[in-house]
Ligand binder design. Structure first.
Ligand code: GMT
Length: 374
């Protein structure tokens, strides 16, 4: 099939997932056309020959308040549909991508089919934004199929976007592998003493991630268990987080690592992954933690409750319940057998449900079903 993939060029989240899906589809001999405003970092690191990148150029004009990206994107999608004779266009993250693909399809009046995958904040936050949701709802209803990255997100989408039917549920996949701890001893020694535990958080440090709760949990845990905290990623909340670390006098125990390419190594040497988000459609970093044998402590929000099995692969608590999350982390870190059992359960859960060879065929199946429909 000739498939267009429309996404943000971000490393993580919906953009990172869309890029990984494009690579997996290309490796299965589909012809992929990736459309965005710049080359996704993941693609630049591993670029199968049957992926073509189509750049959307921003428009600068004094009269315009912004770059008119949605119009330029729609224009580019229509151009690629025509010139590359696409069978399917798959948008990732509803805003503005669902609007652009459904408009482009009307412009070209071709048989091309359009699908949108809902990832999380496009539904949980944007889906409720009065300035956006009517247009997004209209566009989503124009699509030939919708998917969501978890059952709870699909339910949230049906409600927020007044959909007749619930989107198809196709979970995220990860390709990360655990690195053996014996090989990571020298790396671990950079951040922690041999007898210290390592807690880790990975995100884009946006308010929805509640990173302030990560710091409070770590403060409680480090009062009881000798430990260090790794903070991986960067984003708008970072200045606030640095102030909180300073306020709690934790500077000597917290490592701000910024954006990291090889997160699997950092995860593999860690003992607990913290993710106390307000909302999560699913969460790729938590899934990567499981794939590296790291139990997850976090909030029981949306997709997280489907990914994590309490007391088997981690423990989830009510959003904001820092005391309970701290206690759960201390319980796991203080009981070697409990930790080991959770670590192995997490590895097995990913192998069983969240590998590319399980997830990618579900997208291909949906593409074929949509192409057969009228
Ligand atoms: O996690 C982020 O904040 C990035 C965000 C996005 O909107 O790109 O990721 C979303 O898509 C990921 C891939 O499907 C999901 O695993 C994340 O849970 C989801 N993020 C949120 O819902 C906050």
């Amino acid at each position: 099939m000739k498939i267009g993939i429309v996404c943000y060029p971000s490393y993580g989240g919906s953009g990172g997932f869309a890029t990984s899906l494009a690579q997996e589809l290309a490796n299965r001999n589909h012809e992929i056309h990736l459309i965005s405003y710049e080359i996704p970092f993941k693609l630049s690191q591993n670029w199968p020959e049957n992926i073509t990148f189509h750049k959307v150029d921003a428009i600068e004009y004094p009269l315009f308040k912004d770059s008119q990206y949605t119009i330029a994107l729609t224009n580019k999608i229509a151009e690629v549909i025509r010139e590359e004779k696409l069978d399917i266009v798959h948008a990732h993250y509803a805003i503005p991508h669902a609007v652009s693909v459904s408009m482009a399809r009307k412009m070209v009046r071709k048989k091309v089919k359009v699908i949108t995958t809902l990832h999380g904040t496009d539904t949980t936050i944007m889906g409720k934004d009065q300035n956006l949701n009517q247009t997004a709802e209209f566009a989503l209803k124009e699509c030939d199929a919708l998917t969501a990255v978890s059952d709870s997100l699909a339910k949230e989408a049906k409600k927020n976007y007044n959909l007749k039917t619930q989107p198809h549920i196709i979970y995220n996949f990860v390709t990360t592998q655990k690195t053996s701890r014996s090989k990571l001893r020298s790396l671990k020694n950079i951040f922690a003493e041999t007898d210290e535990k390592i807690l880790i958080h990975v995100s884009n440090f946006r308010p929805v991630k509640r990173v302030q709760d990560v710091i409070k949990i770590f403060k409680n845990v480090s009062n009881v268990i000798p430990s260090k905290l790794l903070l991986v990623g960067d984003g708008p909340d970072m200045p606030k987080i640095k102030r909180i670390v300073k306020k709690y006098k934790l500077e000597s125990k917290v490592h701000f690592l910024g954006f990291q390419l090889d997160v699997a190594k950092l995860l593999s040497m860690s003992d607990i992954f913290l993710l106390p988000s307000q909302k999560e459609g699913f969460n790729l970093s938590a899934l990567e933690a499981l794939s590296c044998g790291v139990p997850v402590i976090g909030s029981n929000t949306l997709g997280m409750s489907e990914m994590i099995t309490d007391n088997k692969t981690g423990i989830l608590s009510k959003i904001g319940n820092v005391d309970q999350m701290s206690k759960n982390a201390i319980d796991i870190l203080s009981d070697k057998n409990k930790w080991l059992s959770m670590s192995i359960n997490g590895l097995n859960a990913v192998k069983k449900k969240y590998r590319p060879d399980i997830i990618v065929p579900q997208y291909i199946e949906l593409y074929k079903k949509v192409l057969k429909s009228k």
